[in-house]
Design a protein around this ligand. Structure first.
Ligand SMILES: NC(=O)c1ccc[n+]([C@@H]2O[C@H](COP(=O)([O-])OP(=O)(O)OC[C@H]3O[C@@H](n4cnc5c(N)ncnc54)[C@H](OP(=O)(O)O)[C@@H]3O)[C@@H](O)[C@H]2O)c1
Length: 289
């Protein structure tokens, strides 16, 4: 008889995420072990407990989930967890701090439904945050040319350089969108815009995006009014306005939830999976097929 599925939740926050725990239950996990305020120095002991307790034949029935609001901290926890593995002694691990990977994957998949990303021109507004940088990385990985925008040209260029390093031979440039004029310039000639700004911040006016002749898909990830893209409703899911297809944050959220559940379930198919941005996107692609 197979052992129960155990998910070890390593969370950097004061309270381990209830959201992540509920999704884990809905993904068919039998038992969740929640650890909170986890720091890098704690990871080895926790992961060894997951690796060395059950025999090798049952290792795929235990997995690690890295979460918490601190995305940079989550990346460090993920790296510390994978550093514990050797040879076949490992368990599968997924990182989705602050929903960053699943949200970015859902946004880029929404765009891919309507635009062939290879060769497309994309703009990620407020692309310097964790969701925006992952969206830019995924778009670039699919062969799109990406403009990564920030209010600060320096921050945009730094983030674009970081994404370029992650995706060899990609075309990612930083652009400033500190004013509506700069935003209009950045948006001209693009096929896809993903707005990944902080909650409650409008990034582009309807007047500006409506004059973008080549624009085909607009995706806003901010669910808190005022929304990131004026004229997009939070519930929009493939709503068409003129030649443009619109998605709001909740419209994208359904796909995000499906990806999250499928990724957690995937952890238990083998003991050697490391699910970060690209792998989580690939899971999303398999759901669209
Ligand atoms: N649907 C979901 O399940 C889900 C999950 C996760 C996140 N989200 C949403 O996705 C969006 C992105 O998340 P995130 O964590 O990456 O966001 P974030 O780090 O909070 O912010 C992203 C960027 O927004 C820009 N920004 C911040 N304050 C601004 C202001 N006053 N005016 C203009 N720009 C401003 C900043 O860029 P610059 O300073 O470089 O301009 C920042 O890097 C958020 O709206 C979040 O709520 C949704």
């Amino acid at each position: 008889m197979s052992k129960p599925k155990i998910l070890v939740q390593l969370d950097s926050d004061k309270h381990a995420s209830v959201f992540d725990a509920v999704v884990a239950v809905d993904s068919g996990i039998d038992q969740i072990l929640q650890y909170r305020q986890v720091a890098v120095k704690d990871v080895e002991g926790l992961v060894h407990g997951a690796m060395f307790t059950r025999g090798p034949a049952d290792l795929h029935q235990t997995a690690v989930f890295v979460g918490g609001a601190d995305v940079a901290g989550g990346e460090a926890l993920m790296e510390a967890a994978t550093n514990c593995f050797f040879g076949p002694m490992r368990v599968s691990v997924m990182m989705d701090s602050n929903g960053s990977n699943t949200t970015a994957a859902a946004a880029v998949l929404a765009a891919a439904r309507h635009v062939k990303l290879a060769g497309a021109q994309a703009l990620v507004l407020a692309g310097t945050g964790p969701v925006g940088m992952r969206a830019a990385r995924l778009l670039a990985g699919q062969g799109a040319s990406v403009k990564l925008a920030s209010r600060s040209l320096e921050r945009a260029q730094q983030a674009a350089a970081s994404v370029s390093q992650q995706v060899p031979e990609s075309d990612v440039v930083g652009v400033a969108t500190g004013s509506e004029e700069e935003t209009a310039l950045a948006a001209s000639g693009v096929d896809v815009i993903i707005a990944a700004g902080a909650a409650g911040i409008q990034l582009i006016s309807q007047q500006t995006w409506q004059i973008c002749e080549q624009l085909k898909v607009l995706i806003d990830l901010n669910a808190v009014p005022p929304l990131g893209i004026e004229g997009v409703d939070v519930m929009d899911q493939q709503r068409t306005e003129g030649n443009v297809i619109l998605y709001g944050a909740i419209g994208v959220g359904g796909t995000k939830m499906k990806i999250h559940k499928a990724a957690v379930a995937r952890l238990f198919e083998s003991n050697d999976q490391v699910l970060d941005a690209d792998e989580i996107y690939a899971i999303g692609e398999s759901l669209e097929a």
